[in-house]
Ligand binder design. Structure first.
Ligand SMILES: *Cc1c(COP(=O)(O)O)cnc(C)c1O
Length: 397
């Protein structure tokens, strides 16, 4: 079979460049202590930033949701799959984001990937100019590709370059799309400056807050709360499979924007509604995020981030310090990053090596993510291992 042989050759090339990815099988719930491929491991790789993925109240709500609504929704939202659970969740999310968005309404999606595709394709269904930040998540990039817009990519964090592009645009619809916390570098987009530009030039600002929602802001409302923003130009996307611990995502914006998505966003319309039990479980997550326990979890997470930043002493590798739960450590070459991840794994620490094309060539890295479910002892173990490993690997060159 020539077709199979051709793919096999391509796969072989991935091996040669240390780019082949493999999936490890977890036998236990998402938590710091996990059983992976039959081995107990201490994990620093999930996006379960508040430790809600296996929280008893959330799990119990999921069970309750299944009893109330069954397992599947049976159809898309516009046919018959839109249940009371979905509707209640959307109301709760809108209420939660109300301090930051005028006339706010929220729309629940099966995934953040689909929500980003939906927003960009629907806002730009009649064409227009889309200004996309260089380090945006793949789902925004794919949404841009699928939209009818003319797409301009602006350099990372470069407000001046963006302003030139906006000033030169005569499109009726202008959209600026950005991650709030960049998933691989973990820095924050300059949202106040971006919003000011969008207001000046009559553009929408689409904010992907996958890593901010639940984590940033005093009440966990995410990057808009962190920066104290409110504007009718904002279209906010938050994911619910990361800090919220369950799955899916939502878009919150002016009610008219949301109604437009319901009418025109193909990734919303042409897919089966997520199981209603997920929406039911997410209401328990939201109770936790917005209540006293959420505040405690965020405070603990901040303590752990501070502990890591104070005790990690790297010489050659670069720790990118972030206010978020993501703490990348840039190593450089793919092979060296793989060696580091493998050595850590052998020592019982599960930290993924991120390589191109997810990050630029020459910036392969360990992507450490912290969770409120970690303990200070967990961080001590991590820091000790990383400080020692850098010495071992880099002195043996
Ligand atoms: C995870 C992620 C998404 C996709 O969300 P899913 O719900 O996992 O599909 C979108 N944007 C960013 C920045 C992400 O990190």
């Amino acid at each position: 079979m020539d077709l199979i042989a051709a793919l096999d050759r391509e796969l072989q090339q991935l091996d040669e460049r240390s780019l082949r990815r493999r999936r490890r099988i977890a036998d236990t719930p998402c938590a710091p202590q996990v059983q992976v491929d039959g081995r107990p491991m201490l994990a620093f790789c999930s996006n379960d930033y508040l430790g809600l993925a296996a929280h008893p109240r959330v799990v119990e709500a999921l069970r309750e949701g299944a009893i109330l609504y069954g397992a599947g929704s049976g159809a898309s939202h516009l046919i018959s799959g839109h249940t009371r659970a979905h509707a209640l969740l959307e109301d709760r999310l809108a209420e939660f984001l109300a301090p930051h968005l005028d006339a706010v309404r929220a729309l629940y999606f099966c995934t953040g990937y689909m929500a980003n595709m939906a927003v960009l394709t629907a806002l730009l269904v009649q064409g227009g100019d889309l200004f996309s930040e260089e380090l945006n998540h793949a789902s925004l990039i794919d949404g841009a590709r699928l939209s009818r817009a003319r797409v301009a990519v602006y350099p990372h964090g470069d407000i001046e370059a963006l302003e030139k592009l906006l000033a030169a645009s005569s499109a009726a619809t202008k959209v600026v799309a950005t991650d709030s916390v960049f998933s691989m570098d973990a820095d924050l987009a300059p949202l106040p400056a971006l919003l000011a530009l969008c207001e000046k030039y009559g553009a929408w600002l689409v904010v992907d807050d996958a890593h901010g929602f639940g984590v940033l802001g005093e009440h966990g409302r995410g990057s808009l709360e962190h920066f104290g923003l409110r504007s009718p130009h904002l279209v906010y996307m938050g994911t619910l499979g990361k800090a919220a611990g369950v799955g899916g995502a939502f878009v919150a914006a002016h009610a008219t924007v949301i109604e437009w998505l319901v009418q025109r966003a193909r990734p919303y319309i042409y897919t089966t509604a997520a199981p209603p039990a997920l929406a039911h479980a997410l209401m328990a997550s939201l109770d936790i995020i917005s209540g006293a326990e959420g505040a405690e979890r965020r405070a603990h997470l901040r303590t752990l981030i501070g502990q890591l930043q104070d005790s990690l002493h790297l010489q050659k590798w670069e720790h990118m310090r972030s206010e978020s739960a993501i703490q990348p450590i840039i190593i450089g070459a793919n092979e060296r990053a793989m060696q580091a991840a493998t050595a850590l794994y052998e020592g019982g620490l599960w930290i993924p090596a991120i390589r191109p094309p997810t990050v630029p060539p020459g910036t392969a890295r360990l992507r450490v993510t912290l969770s409120a479910a970690h303990t200070t002892e967990n961080i001590t173990q991590l820091v000790t291992a990383l400080n020692a490993l850098e010495t071992t690997l880099e002195d043996n060159v």
